[in-house]
Design a protein around this ligand. Structure first.
Ligand SMILES: NC(=O)c1ccc[n+]([C@@H]2O[C@H](COP(=O)([O-])OP(=O)(O)OC[C@H]3O[C@@H](n4cnc5c(N)ncnc54)[C@H](O)[C@@H]3O)[C@@H](O)[C@H]2O)c1
Ligand SMILES: O=c1ccn([C@@H]2O[C@H](COP(=O)(O)OP(=O)(O)O[C@H]3O[C@H](CO)[C@@H](O)[C@H](O)[C@H]3O)[C@@H](O)[C@H]2O)c(=O)[nH]1
Length: 445
């Protein structure tokens, strides 16, 4: 590897990315900005491509608009012409969606690889004699989160459908950005993981991709491994993060039962360097398009390998998350005297987390569902997409809100972000998660 590392010139050709979503769009905008290479992002969804080419981008991410404005039309292009972009690029990222399968074998657990295979077949179709190559082969980069050994399957589809003499190297380069902080995460990634074959060609491909990232990522943060380790690491990273949230959420219920305060407990344990402070914020359950899907994928992999106990262990992370979403809904009903029938309830925030307009798997969906089932009148507000609309719920005029509300006036702070003492002094009954119960405070005072 060292020899190739030292002697191979950096990659200077064009780059294509299939899939212009939450990952493909921001990631490629950053590659274009930092490398100056020509990058084309393609998608079958014309509406999405039109939006990328407009003043109103299809996704909201702080800082994204600035990066796109600096590069679009210069060396960053968005197009529906998949074939042309694939033909002209020797490095092709695949960043299509890999949702949980909703039919057949593995229904509800396995990853649905329909879109991924569609992308592989588009690449084969567009790879005609004369297509751009690097050192005699095309490099296909798995950006999507996929089950272990998907790269092998992709190599098979590509190799068996291409003109004789054309070769492919498939790399796994999972993306670790989080929504809402994508631009910051891409600017200074904790690590860039590249997995590939350990053959000479595989190592050359790994080095070519590493040379793209090396334009702005320190070399020591570019981590290389075999392809299966890279694929598995992505699933495991998400499973670990989600496991911490389920652990803290489980303890929030114990705090409510014992009078302890979950924020104090999280802060105390997070000071231990072996634990660390991140991903210890209790809440109404984790949401987003990744955590649940990727853990289910991991569970399915374990089950397929006959590892029932290992599968059960990870499944519990999701069970606890479902429990937290359910119990927050029940807490609301119980606290408001066991009925919310016909009561007007305002929900502040509907996206799965702050600074994003993405509502995929948002816990707000389940919680609003519970309230609607109980016949409450639910009004939802979310600042969503544009930056100038982003409002901090902390700074609302709560005194004015209190004056207009029917009494007793309740607030359920699923994120523990409000100043509970101040709101109580206004007269609110406020219930956070992992905090002493409001009704107990009232009866005890
Ligand atoms: N969203 C995140 O924060 C995040 C972070 C890390 C990894 N991931 C992973 O990255 C992948 C993409 O996630 P996303 O959130 O960007 O998905 P997304 O749904 O926002 O975007 C995927 C895009 O791919 C397009 N597409 C599907 N099949 C295609 C084909 N054959 N040809 C051309 N375009 C095609 C779709 O039209 C869609 O616009 C997933 O595997 C996901 O697990 C997501
Ligand atoms: O302490 C915490 C941290 C997060 N959350 C919730 O967990 C969910 C996921 O949050 P976050 O991880 O910040 O956002 P994602 O965009 O889903 O990012 C995750 O999923 C991505 C897709 O795979 C990975 O790339 C990222 O590393 C991983 O953090 C959200 O509902 C958060 O509110 C908590 O409840 N408590």
């Amino acid at each position: 590897m060292r020899e190739v590392e030292e002697n191979q010139p950096p990659y200077t050709g064009k780059i294509c990315c299939i899939g212009a979503g939450y990952v493909g769009g921001p990631t490629m905008a950053m590659v274009a900005l930092k490398t100056g290479l020509t990058v084309t992002v393609v998608d079958l969804n014309k509406q999405r491509i039109d939006a990328w080419n407009s003043d109103r981008l299809p996704i909201y991410e702080p800082g994204l608009e600035e990066v796109v404005k600096q590069t679009r039309g210069k060396n960053l292009f968005f197009s529906t012409d998949v074939e042309a972009a694939v033909r002209d690029a020797a490095i092709i990222f695949v960043s299509v969606n890999t949702p949980t399968k909703e039919y057949g074998f593995g229904k509800g657990r396995a990853a649905d690889l329909t879109y991924w295979e569609g992308a592989a077949r588009s690449i084969s179709k567009a790879t005609v004699p004369g297509s751009a190559l690097f050192q005699g082969f095309k490099i296909v980069v798995e950006k999507s989160t996929v089950p272990v050994s998907t790269a092998d399957a992709m190599t098979c589809v590509l190799q068996e459908n291409c003109p004789a003499g054309v070769h492919f190297q498939v790399l796994s380069n999972p993306e670790f950005l989080a929504e809402g902080t994508a631009i910051a995460d891409l600017t200074q990634p904790d690590r860039v993981l590249i997995g590939g074959s350990m053959s000479k060609e595989g190592i050359m491909a790994i080095e070519a991709l590493a040379s793209v990232y090396a334009h702005w990522v320190p070399r020591e943060r570019i981590v290389k491994s075999n392809v299966w380790s890279a694929e598995l690491s992505k699933l495991v990273a998400n499973a670990f993060l989600a496991q911490r949230i389920s652990s803290v959420n489980a303890l929030s219920e114990l705090c409510e039962a014992t009078g302890a305060d979950i924020d104090h407990v999280a802060s105390a344990i997070g000071s231990d360097p072996g634990i660390g402070p991140k991903f210890l914020k209790c809440g109404p359950g984790f949401g987003g398009s990744c955590f649940q899907k990727d853990i289910l994928n991991l569970v399915y992999l374990c089950q397929s390998a006959g590892l029932t106990d290992v599968a059960e262990y990870w499944l519990q992370v999701i069970r606890m998350n479902d429990h937290q979403k359910r119990r927050f809904g029940k807490l609301i009903v119980d606290t408001m005297f066991n009925t919310i029938n016909d009561k007007k309830i305002a929900v502040l925030g509907f996206a799965f987390k702050a600074d994003t307009g993405d509502t995929r798997e948002s816990p707000a969906i389940d919680i609003c569902g519970t309230m609607l089932n109980e016949n409450a009148k639910v009004t939802v507000f979310d600042p969503e997409v544009t930056e100038d609309q982003v409002l901090q719920f902390r700074d609302l005029d709560y005194r004015r809100i209190f004056d207009t509300m029917c009494k007793p006036a309740f607030i359920f702070d699923g994120r523990n972000i409000l100043d509970h003492d101040q709101l109580q002094s206004i007269g609110f009954r406020i219930q956070g998660l992992g905090k002493p119960k409001t009704l107990e405070i009232v009866s005890g005072s």
